[in-house]
Design a protein around this ligand. Structure first.
Ligand code: ZN
Length: 308
C-alpha cells in the first residue's frame, strides 16, 4: 500500500483486508480518526466487544455501533462485501452494475447489490460551497432512461434531461456538475447554473438557447454564442459535449440505461469520478471515507425519493 491511503489493486485489497477484523480496524480509524468518542457522554475510552463492530463506552457503558449513522447504517452484510463494492465503484473507470456486483461477490439478491450501490452513490455529492470558476460551459442534453418496472414499454418513460456545467480550461476540463432537470426552461436551467457557479469568478458560456437568457439579469457573466448549424455546437461547447458523450456511453454501456427516478444518483457517481480523475488510484480510500462519514440512506427513502 502506498502512502497509507488504501489498496490500489485487487491483490493489495485482498492482502490488506483478508477478514472482517482488518476491515473493522480500518473503518474505525476513518470513523473516529481521533480515537473513539462516545455519542452519549463524549467519553474517549471504549472496549471493543462481540462482533467487533460495537464499541462500549467505559464511562457510561453506551454501545456505539461502528456503522450506525453512516452510509453502512444497519447493514447486515460483511464489511468485506462493502469494501470490495467500494473498490469496484471507486477504482473501475466505469463503476459497476448491480448485476455484475451480485455475480462478482456472490450476493443473495439483486436488490442487495442495487441498494448497496445506491447508498454509496448517495454519499458522493459535491459540496455546494465549491463553486465553478473561470470559463464555465453550460449545456443540456437528453439521455435515454429505462422505464420503471411494471411500466409497459421503455418509450413511455421517454427521455430525461440532464443539465451540465463544466469548467473549460482550454486543453483540459476542470470541475463538472450535472443535474437531472424537469425541462430546458429558464425556471430549471437558470437556478441550476446559478447554483453551481461562483458568480463573481465565472463567465458562463452557452449556446443561444432561451433557457439561459436570464442569467445576466441575475448577476452572472453570460456569453451566449449562437451556434448556427448543429455541427458547430461541439466547437462552441467542447467539454460539455465530451461529458455528455461519455455520460451516455456509461449509462448504456454499464447499466443498459437507468431509471429516471434514480438518475440523479448515477449523475452524482459520474461527476464524483470525473472530478477526481487525477486521484483515481486512491478512490477506494476516498469513497470508503465518504461511506464512513456520510449519512444513512435507508432503502425506504431510496425508493420513495422524488426525482432530482
Ligand atoms: Zn459514554
Amino acid at each position: 500500500m502506498k502512502d497509507g491511503k488504501g489498496p490500489r489493486t485487487v491483490l493489495e485489497l485482498q492482502a490488506r483486508f483478508p477478514d472482517e477484523a482488518a476491515c473493522v480496524e480500518f473503518l474505525r480509524k476513518l470513523r473516529w480518526p481521533e480515537g473513539f468518542v462516545c455519542p452519549r457522554c463524549q467519553g474517549r475510552a471504549s472496549s471493543t466487544i462481540r462482533t467487533r463492530r460495537l464499541d462500549q463506552c467505559r464511562a457510561c457503558r453506551y454501545q456505539a455501533s461502528l456503522t450506525a449513522g453512516t452510509v453502512l447504517h444497519r447493514t447486515r452484510l460483511p464489511l468485506r462485501v462493502w469494501f470490495w463494492a467500494i473498490f469496484f465503484l471507486g477504482r473501475h473507470k466505469t463503476g459497476i452494475s448491480a448485476l455484475q456486483l451480485q455475480k462478482d461477490l456472490g450476493l443473495g439478491s439483486y436488490k442487495t447489490a442495487w441498494t448497496l450501490l445506491h447508498k454509496l452513490r448517495g454519499a458522493l455529492g459535491e459540496r455546494a460551497s465549491q463553486r465553478l470558476v473561470g470559463l464555465v460551459e453550460a449545456d443540456e442534453t437528453y439521455v435515454g432512461a429505462r422505464g420503471e418496472p411494471g411500466m409497459r414499454g421503455r418509450s413511455l418513460c421517454g427521455k430525461s434531461l440532464v443539465a451540465a456545467a463544466v469548467e473549460n480550461r482550454g486543453e483540459h476540463a476542470g470541475s463538472l456538475r450535472l443535474a437531472h432537470v424537469a425541462s430546458a426552461s429558464q425556471a430549471e436551467l437558470g437556478p441550476f447554473v446559478r447554483g453551481v457557479v461562483d458568480q463573481a469568478e465565472a463567465t458562463v458560456k452557452t449556446d443561444g438557447w432561451s433557457g439561459y437568457a436570464d442569467l445576466t439579469a441575475h448577476g452572472a457573466r453570460h456569453r451566449p454564442v449562437v451556434q448556427g448549424v448543429p455541427a458547430r455546437a461541439a466547437q462552441i461547447l467542447p467539454w460539455s459535449h465530451t461529458v455528455f458523450s461519455n455520460l451516455k456511453g456509461w449509462l448504456w454501456g454499464t447499466f443498459h440505461g437507468v431509471s429516471a427516478k434514480h438518475l440523479h444518483r448515477y449523475l452524482q457517481e459520474f461527476v464524483y469520478r470525473f472530478n477526481r480523475r487525477s486521484l483515481e488510484h486512491d478512490l477506494f480510500f476516498y469513497v470508503l471515507r465518504r461511506a464512513a462519514q456520510g449519512q444513512p440512506l435507508p432503502y425506504a427513502r431510496l425508493i420513495a425519493e422524488a426525482t432530482a
